[in-house]
Design a protein around this ligand. Structure first.
Ligand SMILES: Nc1nc2c(ncn2[C@@H]2O[C@H](COP(=O)(O)OP(=O)(O)OP(=O)(O)O)[C@@H](O)[C@H]2O)c(=O)[nH]1
Length: 368
């Protein structure tokens, strides 16, 4: 990267956190936000799905969290990201570094590109490293059916091969070999629950533009990813919103609307990925737990991700439930605050999910 020494001193380092749905990005972010490393981070969360949940899953901390809720990564992320970074820069001095957590199904390229394409952003921030968290248990399957999983690995400077507790030694060796074949340059760490010395992931100065250019010679050319718009794009960016907002109640296509004229040649698969958001008041735990177990047992292969924050009748605490395919876990998080509506929110991200059936059966879990 050709930057003068002075400019580099002025620029705020940015870490981009990528990784497929459920791989462990939030787990890593929570470590970063709670461990005592003396750095103050501003966190930008780009979330896929209508109901903002990731924010609520992050531990309470003094760090500032900025949420960008939009499913249409190709059109909106760069503009949103540029605006968010610019707004952040007005409050320089209150943080030392920025972390951008990307949505689980996103190609990290446009996010990384933002830090090179926009002059204003480039003057103030520099990409420090792209970190990819990889789910050792599910990554081989993801590599079969999505391009994003491969892109995320290919773009990473640091790869956390996470969830090592869920695979055998042999499986881990196979996964490592596959990852090495995709990206032999990244530093790899094997982790359980992203337990790692944060010095290995933060403030790396690892993003190597020369290497990215050797992978993708057109990386810096505007418009080379035809299905992603630049900051000066003149597409009607509302198309995503009206699709998302009014498409079919709560179910969203992951990317553009049906009338979108982008070239989607490289992104066929994610179009089958939908998110479903469910909301209710207090739930009956005796109804909910058997239901969620049944749903994940039967539909697990199609459920890429589920997460929710639930209010159980008579329970003063928020209950957080998380899942990836058939693996579901849950625990109490903290007390509901006095000024906080007791609302149960549950998001499913997956393929071929029957929204109406999920909604009806979820509604049946509402407490009397
Ligand atoms: N068994 C096991 N579970 C893990 C590990 N790391 C994370 N998890 C669990 O996997 C689930 C997903 O982790 P998250 O950190 O929320 O994943 P994420 O990448 O932020 O997920 P999205 O926001 O959906 O993209 C949670 O239930 C975690 O507790 C691990 O090393 N082993």
């Amino acid at each position: 990267m050709s930057q003068t020494q002075d400019a580099a001193v002025e620029q705020i380092p940015v870490t981009v956190l990528t990784g497929y749905l459920g791989s462990g990005k939030t787990t890593l972010l929570n470590r970063i936000l709670t461990e005592n490393h003396g750095q103050r981070y501003a966190v930008i969360v780009n979330e896929f799905g209508e109901v903002g949940i990731d924010n609520d899953l992050l531990v309470e901390s003094d760090e500032e969290i900025f949420e960008m809720n939009n499913g249409c990564i190709c059109c909106t992320v760069r503009g949103d990201l540029i605006r968010t970074v610019q707004n952040l820069m007005k409050r320089r001095g209150s943080f030392d570094a920025i972390i951008v957590e990307t949505t689980g199904v996103a190609d990290p390229a446009p996010v990384a590109q933002t830090f090179f394409m926009d002059d204003d952003v480039r003057a103030k921030a520099k990409l420090d490293a792209v970190i990819a968290v990889v789910d050792a248990r599910h990554v081989l399957q993801r590599l079969e059916d999505t391009e994003e999983a491969e892109d995320q690995i290919a773009f990473a400077d640091v790869i956390l091969l996470n969830k090592t507790d869920l695979v055998t030694e042999e499986e881990l060796a196979t996964v490592e070999a596959r990852i090495r074949a995709i990206n032999p340059y990244a530093v790899r760490h094997k982790t359980e629950r992203c337990a790692i010395d944060l010095k290995a992931v933060l403030d790396r100065g690892a993003f190597d533009l020369d290497r990215i250019l050797s992978l993708d010679p057109h990386f810096l050319e505007h418009g080379h990813h035809e299905d992603e718009c630049g900051p000066d794009c003149d597409h009607d960016h509302d198309h995503g919103h009206h699709h998302h907002a009014h498409g079919h109640d709560h179910a969203h296509d992951h990317e553009c609307g049906p009338d979108c004229d982008h070239d989607h040649h490289a992104h066929d698969t994610p179009h089958s990925v939908k998110s479903i958001s469910l909301r209710q008041g207090d739930l009956d735990p005796n109804m909910f737990f058997p239901w969620i177990n049944q749903v994940t047992q039967i539909q697990g292969p199609n459920i890429l991700r589920l997460k929710g924050i639930l209010a159980f009748k008579g329970d003063p605490q928020r209950y957080v439930v998380q899942g990836v395919h058939m693996i579901v876990e849950g625990n109490h998080q903290r007390d509901w605050k006095a000024d906080e509506p007791r609302e149960s929110r549950l998001v499913f991200i997956g393929r071929d999910l029957d929204f109406e059936a999920l909604k009806d059966s979820f509604n049946a879990c509402v407490a009397e």
